[in-house]
Each structure stands twice: as C-alpha cells, then as structure tokens.
Ligand binder design. Structure first.
Ligand SMILES: CSC[C@H]1O[C@H](OP(=O)(O)O)[C@H](O)[C@@H]1O
Length: 351
C-alpha cells in the first residue's frame, strides 16, 4: 500500500517548468503522473478525466494558461495575446459543467490584461496560478472545519463521488469536511457509494480514505435508500461542480437521488464547495450546462463491454439538486443553511 495521505496526494503539480497530473484513470492500482508542456495536452487531460473534480480542473486550467503563454510568447513576442486564443478556447471547450474552469480562465485573463505587450507573460501568470492553487488548499481546510462543526450526532456519514485531494488543489471539499470531522472525533466511519459509471467512489474516495486510515465502507448507489432507512447515517455530504445563485447545485449524477432519499428519511444534506464553484450568472439550476458523456462509460467496465450487445446508454455526468433539498451549503467564506439558501447572492457575491 502506498503511503499517500491527504498531505501528500497532489492531483495537480507544477514541476517548475511543466504541468504534472496524476492519471486518475489508473487509480487505485497505479500511481502515474503525466507531465505536459502544452495547454492543448492539458485540455485533453481534462476532457479525458486524467484530472477531474471541479476545483482541480480550475487549478489545472490556471497552469495550462501559463503553458499557453510560454508557447505564444516564444512564437511571436508582439502578438502573444492573440496567439494564446486557440489554446484558451481548447481549455474552455474541455468540459462544460464545472464553473471553476471558467472562473480560473477569467481570473488568469484579468492578469493578462494588466501585462504590457512587450513583457514575457509567463512569470506573472505562473505566480497567479500558484496563488489560485494555494488559495484552494487553504480554503478547503477552513471549509473542512466549518462543515465539521455541523456534525453533532456522532453518526456515520455518506458521501458520493470523489471530493478529496484528487478533486481539488488538496485536502478536499466534502471529503475535507469528513477529514476535519474525523480528526475532531465527530465522525468515526464513512460510507462511500461506488458512483457509477466512472467509479470515483470505489476507486478514488476509498483510496484516499484508506491512505488516511479513515474507516470506509463502499456501497452500490442502489443501497443508499436502505442505508438511510436503517438510520445508519446522519448526513449526506457531497461536493458540487456549479451552484446557481438560488442555491440549486449541480454535482455528479446520482446526487439528486440521494437528496430526495435524505429528505424522505430525515437525513441532513450538505453541499461543500469553494465560492469558485458558485455561478452568480446562473439564476437557477436550469441554467447549468450538464455534460453528456460517451455511452461506452456505461456499457463497458474497465474497457470490456458488460452490457448486452445492441443496448444503448444515457450518460449525463451530472444532475441538479434543488436548493430546497439542501440543508447547508458550506464554503470557505461561511455556511448558508436552509431556508437562507436564496440569500446566496448577498452572502457570496462580494469578493
Ligand atoms: C470537489 S468537486 C468534485 C466534483 O467533481 C466530480 O465530477 P467529475 O469526477 O466528473 O469531475 C463530482 O461531481 C464531484 O462532486
């Protein structure tokens, strides 16, 4: 067993000259980093889920802008801004739902606007990308403590997909809350559903929790209803890829069903996400683009077809949980609890 812990698991790294991404398609059996020096390679890595998880995608995009600037400056020191446009478009086109990607591109763009035309943009852009990375990790640790404080009854918790160090700049969002709660003795055991079809729960969350020595039990998504009916969990804790201004939250497919089950069974439902996941331009969840991924992710398992020949698949990668089913949204800037979710705009719009 490797000796990774949340302090050492880094989905995204800057080597000093290149971007290095832990290939999450190979976990938990292989820990392989892919090094890349072009923004287009980074865009491909985001699309192909070498790196995934809304905040990790944002951090990756920030470093990819640095690579785009290096290439454009080397090609044309007078027209480097225009030269970056194709790479920036490739990054923006890589995945549609996680707003952190677009937030990072916009923030890096603001730095670009302030740079003189005749100065190598790479140093200033790298400094901003490193700030974005560090801010994410620092925010996750604060968010972890804010969310842990809500866990009062000592019962186990259920989480969905992967929201740990592998999905962020480090430590995690929902899994950061769980890490902080475990460290404070508020949680002793975690249920994680496997999260079909990409198995982020079985392959990634279980791996992270085992590395940390946090007891974890996997379950099929279909078992969540019985888990809650038997009173085994006090909270369902999930992340998000985009939160609308009214508190509706997009997250991995299956999240909405868990929220319905939680409300039916009197289980609390928490969304933990940095404010970089909040999209004030999206009035409601209806305004959030939902990524449709390839049928083969459902029809195959580990690259081998398991579905009956001739069958097709419907594979939305995310769904939207309406604000009224969310008991608390936890961010690094504070907690909004129902029914105040509609006050999101006032609470988090300010920079
Ligand atoms: C910390 S947010 C992680 C978020 O991203 C996951 O989606 P994907 O694995 O497809 O990038 C899932 O929605 C998680 O909640």
């Amino acid at each position: 067993m490797s000796t990774h812990t949340h302090d050492s698991i880094r989905a995204v790294q800057w080597t000093g000259t290149q971007l290095s991404l832990l290939d999450q398609r190979l976990l938990p059996h292989e820990s392989v980093y892919l090094e890349m020096d072009t923004a287009t390679a980074a865009a491909d890595a985001i699309r192909d889920m070498v790196v995934r998880g809304a905040p990790a995608i944002g951090v990756t995009a920030a470093y990819a802008v640095v690579l785009a600037a290096r290439r454009a400056w080397a090609a044309d020191q007078r027209g480097w801004r225009a030269g970056m446009a194709p790479d920036l478009k490739a990054l923006a086109d890589s995945r549609p739902t996680a707003v952190n990607l677009f937030w990072a591109l916009a923030r890096m763009g603001q730095v670009m606007e302030g740079l003189p035309d005749d100065q190598d943009p790479e140093p200033a852009l790298l400094a901003e990308a490193e700030r974005i990375h560090q801010e994410d990790v620092d925010g996750n640790r604060h968010m972890g403590d804010l969310g842990a404080a809500l866990l009062q009854d000592g019962r186990d918790v259920l989480t969905h997909c992967n929201t740990g160090s592998l999905a962020t700049g480090g430590y995690g969002t929902a899994l950061g809350v769980i890490r902080s709660a475990y460290a404070q003795g508020r949680v002793k055991h975690v249920y994680a559903d496997e999260t079909r079809p990409w198995l982020q729960g079985a392959r990634l969350t279980a791996w992270e929790l085992v590395q940390d020595g946090i007891p974890v039990s996997l379950l099929c998504e279909g078992a969540a209803a019985s888990l809650m009916r038997e009173g085994r969990v006090g909270w369902v804790i999930v992340g998000s890829d985009r939160i609308a201004a009214n508190g509706d939250a997009a997250n991995k497919i299956g999240t909405y069903g868990l929220a319905v089950l939680a409300r039916h069974h009197g289980v609390k439902f928490m969304v933990a996400a940095p404010t970089t996941t909040i999209d004030m331009e999206a009035a409601t969840g209806a305004d959030i683009p939902i990524e449709q991924r390839g049928q083969e992710e459902v029809l195959e398992l580990a690259g081998r077809r398991v579905a009956a020949p001739g069958a097709n698949a419907w594979n939305p990668a995310f769904d939207v949980t309406p604000a009224e089913l969310i008991d608390a949204i936890v961010t690094e800037r504070g907690v909004v609890e129902n029914p105040d979710l509609q006050k999101m705009k006032a609470l988090f719009a300010a920079d």
